[in-house]
Design a protein around this ligand. Structure first.
Ligand code: GAL
Length: 959
């Protein structure tokens, strides 16, 4: 089938030949012809903590007479390419330094009480540096560095050139670095992140917690986030509108053509279109638009999340200058003010969850595979929608939602109409607009200062219109906690109710019959997994569904409200996963929230099964509580069944305790006098047995059991397996009350990257990482001598009190004529535990030729200045706690000219403390270990031991 389409670019008519083909297999343009490179540069970074206001602890950045704001390329201290970072810790990204910290009652409760922030200046600034090579052949290309997100207020330099500051901890950002690079040699990126200030009221992490990319293209290329695909489906034909922004960063005009090709998941070309005769002057850009028809399209849906690819190719004189692949889905979305939401014309009740971006063990530094694990976990209870509360997520989360079939509300951080906020909103939409999972842009959440007033109405109306000007294919929402009937609720297209217990949704619907609406937050229940008696001392709350207070509904009340009202498109539970921070209704020592349907590891609380029974078509019978109530014999225990069966009958030790009829969206309850044994619930549909659940009284823990979620992972250094740790009794029954501590060891090509157990009050470490202590060498003193053969002055106890401070005199030629050699002396303080660390002296030459003595013993003999950056492992026996002495005997270093300076820094001593072995207590019988591939193939063996219990191991193949 051939169609002719006419389209207009900036007043020029072009003709597009669009071909819908069924069978051609699409071949990627060959590597040689396609110049784009998109390389993840997560590995091989150096990290050290800096300081928000103490220059000495912040590597003297910004202290030069002319700052990096004064003169380009003047990045100083750790921002300088010359800075010596050999002592810094080696890390790979994504990295969250907050999760590595201990907990403190002085830290921010809302952020999970990790010891960073205002009260912890020593742990609130992080520096990252990476050295990378750019080949000489890259000269002339357009090269940029892209950050998916850094928390927060990041400053980036390349080779000492200041590139910019990004205040947001959630925006993605990219800098053009082409002209700053050293082609054919080493280049240095330096990043300073300052997490002193918070943006949210929940755990946010700290540092480069998302991926970093190095992008290389031709100067004539498809702009970053420059493609936009929208789909319309009519009578088995999808019109795919593909727009690509082409940019010419060259210094001369370029003429080219653009081909847009749609490829299906099997690699078949479905449609293609070409725009020819295009020319761009230097530093101009142009949107090239094609409408491509796809017949009998395979639609993206929650059940069948089929993805297509749009391949956009820029060609100049027969050579491909750029080729870019955009993943998209063909689907339609529609809201109806009376009937709710429709996907591909089919009604879908939104069964959503809100989630923050952290997970047990790893904090905000989430491997991509963990995003998928979390989305799969949520889908398991029938959740079909995810609200990114309250900021733009990492792009890989959206990839997981596209791939697995999860609808998304993508949310802007701060409401406002200054250029900053509108630009943030725009950046989010431009970055994320091709994800088929996204159905709505949220302009904000619970803006208490404005939501119920006229200012809020004006700001929301402007932001809404602005968002639509960037993307008119999504619906705009705002989450509102109060002021319904006023302010934002009078102007927003899709009204988001946060908690309806105190709101009259029917009245609002009557007043605004054309307004779409849904519950952006609902079901604010607080519970500890596997706990069935409140214990205020331990800060544990029962996992029975109950309302928190009169401002909120229980889960069941909330869902019944939404299920009963077709005009409400559905609701988003607060929250899917427990998250760090906001441990409502408690404070310290609770450090994790209680709101989740699953805990911070993803272990289901009972609420999960309530929702699963009404959110899925699978037969569900779930009983609570557990049946280990030793000491409570004869006392009444509240037993509940969550089920979507018509009737449920309860049996204790085979004796029926009665059959009850299930009310839709309800649950069933019995008061049962405790006797140990077996409690069974049998569910009936239309009178026939449809399913059951059994809880048994168990014996004491006898074995520790490990179960990996996947038997094999990719050997790519990134993929993960999530391992469940459980205590079982001698009959292999999981013991629901076990609190044993398990220790872990690992062999093969895998490493543990975090542990958790879902206990909101656990203050155990999330990670056991190696620690670096940088011991600086105190102020140098100096004495001029005749030659390098000095004996007395290098001795530990030599009295140097009469010596002058080093480098007092200018190191000019006259100094060189006068002074033959110099002895420098200084002290350094070794901590008491120094002997448990590996000590390395990273030397920097302060002489043309120099010999180095530590505590009187020579460690380096007549090192020449040309042998730069030498390093020495220091034996433990050489050092002692407290004051130690270093002496350097050197011939003088002299300035090359009057503006130059000489190195006055002798280097530093790195103490590298090895990571302690991983361990974790079980909570309600469970803990979790996250294991990541180290990049090699082979079998990973994770072993668990626990005092008095039989040990066990789990094997995961990395391939
Ligand atoms: C809402 C807010 C959420 C969370 C929740 C806790 O008001 O939007 O971010 O704080 O309360 O109850």
């Amino acid at each position: 089938m051939k169609n002719k389409y006419i389209y207009i670019i900036k007043g020029v008519f072009c003709i597009l030949l669009l071909t819908a083909v069924k069978t051609t297999t699409y071949a990627q343009p060959s590597a040689a012809s396609s110049k784009r490179e998109h390389a993840c540069i997560d590995n091989g970074w150096r990290f050290a903590l800096g300081h928000p206001y103490d220059p000495a602890k912040d590597y003297y950045n910004g202290t030069g007479g002319f700052s990096y704001f004064a003169k380009t390329g003047y990045g100083d201290g750790a921002a300088s390419p010359e800075f010596d970072d050999r002592g810094w810790r080696k890390i790979n990204l994504p990295h969250d330094w907050a999760v590595e910290q201990s907990f403190s009652p002085k830290a921010s409760v809302s952020h999970g009480s990790k010891a960073i922030g205002r009260n912890f200046p020593d742990a609130s600034v992080g520096w990252y540096r990476k050295t990378f090579v750019i080949p000489a052949t890259d000269l002339g290309r357009h090269i940029s560095i892209a950050f998916d997100g850094v928390f927060r207020n990041s400053i980036v330099w390349v080779n000492g050139h200041y590139l910019g500051t990004e205040p947001s901890g959630y925006n993605s950002f990219e800098y053009d670095i082409s002209e700053y690079l050293n082609y054919g040699g080493n280049n240095v990126i330096a990043v300073r992140a300052d997490a002193t200030m918070e943006e949210g009221w929940f755990y946010e992490g700290a540092g480069i917690y998302r991926h970093v990319w190095l992008n290389k293209t031709d100067q004539l290329h498809i702009a970053a986030n420059g493609t936009f695909v929208t789909t319309r489906v009519n009578n088995n034909i999808a019109d795919v509108t593909a727009t690509a922004a082409i940019i010419n960063s060259d210094k001369k005009a370029r003429s080219f053509s653009v081909t847009q090709t749609i490829v299906d998941s099997d690699g078949k070309t479905l449609a293609t279109g070409k725009a020819t005769g295009l020319t761009l002057k230097p530093f101009t850009s142009q949107d090239v638009k094609s409408v491509l028809p796809v017949t009998n399209p395979k639609l993206w849906s929650i059940e069948t999340p089929i993805l297509h690819r749009l391949v956009t190719t820029v060609e100049e004189n027969g050579t491909v200058t750029d080729s870019y692949t955009t993943r998209f889905g063909i689907r339609t979305i529609r809201f109806d003010a009376n009937e709710g939401f429709f996907l591909n014309g089919k009604h879908v009740k939104i069964k959503g969850t809100n989630n923050h971006q952290d997970h047990a063990g790893v904090g905000a530094a989430m491997p991509d595979a963990l995003q998928e694990f979390r989305i799969r976990t949520l889908k398991g209870m029938g959740c079909n929608a995810y609200r990114c509360s309250h900021h733009p997520p990492t792009p890989e989360l959206l990839d997981a939602c596209d791939k697995l079939g999860m609808l998304v509300i993508d949310e802007n951080r701060l409401m406002g109409v200054a250029s900053t906020e509108l630009n943030d909103l725009k950046r989010m939409i431009l970055r994320d607009r091709n994800h088929p999972s996204i159905i709505s842009w949220s302009i904000g959440n619970e803006e208490w200062g404005i939501e119920g007033n006229i200012t809020g109405a004006r700001i929301a109306a402007t932001m809404q219109a602005f968002a639509k000007s960037v993307d008119s294919s999504r619906y705009i929402t705002a989450a509102i906690s109060g002021g319904i009937g006023n302010g934002i609720s009078t102007v927003i297209d899709v009204l988001g109710y946060n908690y309806v217990a105190s709101k009259n949704t029917d009245e609002q619907h009557k007043k605004y019959p054309n307004q779409f609406s849904w519950g952006t937050e609902e079901g604010s229940t607080v519970a500890s997994r596997g706990i069935y008696e409140d214990d205020m001392g331990k800060q544990q709350l029962v996992a029975y569904d109950r309302k928190q207070n009169d401002f909120f509904y229980s889960l069941e009340q909330g869902w019944k409200h939404y299920a009963a009202r077709p005009y409400l498109a559905g609701m988003f539970i607060w929250t899917g996963f427990d998250y760090r921070g906001e441990p409502t209704p408690f404070g310290w020592p609770s450090v994790v929230s209680y709101f989740g349907m699953v805990d911070a590891c993803g272990f289901p609380k009972d609420d999960y099964y309530y929702l699963k029974s009404w959110w899925t078509d699978k037969t569900v019978v779930h009983l609570l509580p557990h049946w280990n109530w030793q000491g409570k014999e004869g006392q009444e225990i509240r037993v509940c069944a969550y089920s979507n069966c018509d009737e449920v009958e309860l049996f204790l030790n085979k004796k029926s305790l009665g059959k009850k009829t299930m009310e839709p969206n309800g649950h069933l309850e019995w008061q049962v006098k405790y006797e140990p044994g077996t409690l069974e619930a049998i569910g009936y549909k239309k009178g026939a047995k449809a399913g059951n659940d059994i809880v048994k009284t168990t014996l004491a823990p006898a074995q520790i059991k490990l179960q990996a979620d996947r038997a094999a992972i990719k050997a790519d250094g990134k993929d993960i397996a999530v391992i469940t740790v459980q205590a079982t009794d001698k009959n292999a029954m999981g013991v629901p009350t076990a609190e044993n501590e398990a220790g872990f060891s690992i062999e093969g090509p895998g490493k543990i990257i975090g542990v958790g157990n879902g206990n909101q009050t656990s203050l155990e470490p999330d990670q056991y990482v190696e620690r670096v202590n940088l011991v600086s060498i105190g102020n140098l003193k100096e004495k001029f001598v005749d030659d390098l053969n000095v004996k007395a002055e290098i001795a530990t106890d030599y009295d140097d009190s009469g010596w002058q401070n080093a480098f007092k005199d200018a190191r000019d030629d006259e100094f060189g004529r006068k002074v033959k050699a110099i002895v420098y002396r200084a002290g350094f303080i070794m901590p008491d535990d120094g002997a448990t660390a590996t000590a390395t002296f990273f030397n920097k030459n302060i002489g043309k030729v120099q010999s180095i003595y530590i505590n009187g013993k020579e460690i380096g003999h007549e090192i020449k200045e040309s042998a730069r950056n030498t390093e020495f492992k220091l034996e433990a026996a050489l050092l002692h706690p407290g004051n130690n002495t270093i002496a350097v005997v050197a011939t003088p270093l002299l300035k090359a000219n009057i503006w130059a300076s000489v190195n006055t820094d002798p280097g530093l001593i790195q103490l590298l403390y090895p990571a302690a072995p991983y361990k974790r207590k079980l909570f309600s019988g469970h803990a979790q270990v996250i294991v990541q591939s180290t990049g090699q193939r082979g079998t990973i063996v994770l072993k668990a031991t626990s005092a008095g219990l039989k040990e066990s191991a789990a094997q995961i193949v990395a391939k």
